[in-house]
Design a protein around this ligand. Structure first.
Ligand code: FPP
Length: 245
């Protein structure tokens, strides 16, 4: 993967007033994309993976500082074993082949989700990639893998109990610090491809005030133009955070 540097792409930077700081994406529709092209579901996931580079580049160009990708949910383990294996293989391959590029491009890698059901080798690669890139600052690329919003809340509560947190000390700020996303801003914009209009257990705590954008486009076809449409829709929203403005 060769990401275009900011110098390569500066002429294509748009002038949207305030881009979202954090965009989170539910990359849906790989299976339907595959069916519509006479391909297997695994080929659909591979096409979805090949789409990642141009999307990361596009969001960097538009000034987005944090991008979270929903790659594998806690419920996805119930998919056919072949498909689960393909998704595990993909994440393994992507880490192996792309982490140095991401590091050169000053991109910080994060993982949110459970790690204990992954193989020791995959766990090690994820931890090493996070460690290698932890001081990078151009963008944080957060991969939600074996992630579920409910599992995240349960894990946070368990950790608070283990730490002996007293009920009167529990606050939103404290819970935030116990979430997998500790240190990350809440998502400003959540995009879901393929026409579905559900959150599907994705960032359910953090999305309290996120703007939603859905498009019928399947994930492998979600390109730079689609990124621009999503950002334009976001720019036209009035965010009130429950207040009267
Ligand atoms: C949803 O489409 C997509 C997924 C469950 C997997 C998405 C994962 C990738 C694109 C790989 C990403 C890898 C990294 C390293 C970030 P679906 O299978 O539910 O599609 P369908 O609803 O059309 O069947």
């Amino acid at each position: 993967m060769e990401l275009k540097t900011s110098a390569d792409t500066s002429e294509r930077t748009t002038t949207l007033n305030s881009p979202p700081t954090h965009v989170a994406i539910i990359m849906d529709g790989n299976g339907r994309w595959a069916a519509s092209h006479g391909k297997s579901r695994s080929e659909g996931h591979r096409a979805g993976t090949e789409n990642l580079r141009r999307i990361i580049e596009a969001f960097i160009r538009h000034g987005v500082k944090c991008l979270t990708l929903y790659a594998f949910s806690t419920e996805n383990w119930d998919r056919p074993p072949d498909e689960v294996n393909t998704l595990l293989e993909i994440v393994n391959e992507v880490i192996r082949s792309e982490v140095q590029v991401l590091h050169r491009e000053d991109i910080r890698l994060r993982h949110i989700g459970r790690i204990d059901r992954l193989s020791p080798q995959l766990r090690r690669s994820i931890c090493e990639s996070i460690e290698l890139t932890k001081h990078n600052s151009r963008m944080t690329l957060c991969v939600a893998f074996d992630y579920g919003g409910r599992a995240e809340i349960i894990d946070a509560v368990r950790s608070m109990i283990t730490d002996g947190v007293q009920p009167e000390d529990v606050s939103e700020d404290m819970l935030r610090r116990y979430m997998y996303t500790n240190g990350m801003p809440d998502p400003d914009l959540i995009i879901r491809t393929s026409g579905e209009q559900r959150l599907s257990n994705f960032l359910i705590w953090q999305a309290a005030y996120a703007e939603y954008y859905t498009t019928p486009v399947y994930w492998p076809d979600f390109d730079e133009t689609e990124v621009e449409k999503a950002l334009e829709a976001y720019a036209s929203r009035k965010r009130r955070f429950g207040k009267v403005l």
